[in-house]
Ligand binder design. Structure first.
Ligand SMILES: CC(C)(COP(=O)(O)OP(=O)(O)OC[C@H]1O[C@@H](n2cnc3c(N)ncnc32)[C@H](O)[C@@H]1OP(=O)(O)O)[C@@H](O)C(=O)NCCC(=O)NCCS
Length: 153
């Protein structure tokens, strides 16, 4: 496991987040969307970054969705995968959810993204639904969910 520094992102991190997003996502979010999220100080969403020697190597984003924490994005630079970085980010995002008094955490994951599904299953997430054509390229998503606090027993 590679320990990283996890902290909140702000606009100064925009370029690094966008670079990772383009490396990791087949249909990357637009830079302007990320910029808008990072500019809002609504307290409704939150971006966390994972830094290694002051270099951003992963990020996660979440928002409030009624009584649920919704994980909008999670990505780790390809050179740093399978070192526990997404796990550290996921745990930190869930801690945010607890401070927001959320009782559950949900996300959408590509039907064909077995790697990410394995990660989420390892943290107790289960498939609770499927959304047809959720992604811009037409791929379906699985909706995965678990309760908060996580049961890591
Ligand atoms: C999915 C992703 C975030 C995982 O990041 P990561 O830092 O490599 O994940 P971790 O090292 O914390 O993995 C923890 C566990 O998840 C599972 N897992 C993660 N990646 C896996 C893979 N490629 N194959 C199988 N299992 C995997 C394993 O159980 C792993 O534990 P192990 O390494 O001890 O076997 C990363 O591959 C990524 O950025 N992918 C592209 C973007 C993406 O798909 N994001 C998810 C959007 S919903």
């Amino acid at each position: 496991m590679l320990l990283v520094d996890i902290d909140f992102c702000d606009l100064s991190t925009l370029d690094e987040i966008y670079a990772i997003e383009r490396l990791c996502n087949p249909t990357p979010w637009e830079r302007a969307w990320i910029e808008k999220d990072l500019s809002l100080e609504s307290g409704l969403s939150c971006y966390l970054g994972a830094w290694r020697k002051k270099c951003l190597i992963g990020f996660g984003a979440c928002k409030r969705q009624k009584k649920r924490l919704y994980i909008m994005n999670l990505a780790v630079h390809p050179d740093y995968r399978r070192k526990g970085i997404a796990s550290q980010l996921l745990l930190a995002l869930c801690e945010i959810g607890l401070t927001w008094e959320m009782k559950a955490v949900a996300l959408d994951v590509r039907e064909g993204n077995a790697d990410a599904q394995s990660l989420y299953r390892a943290f107790g997430f289960r498939v609770v639904g499927r959304t047809r054509g959720y992604y811009n390229d037409g791929e379906d998503s699985y909706v995965m969910m678990t309760s908060l606090p996580l049961d890591l027993g």
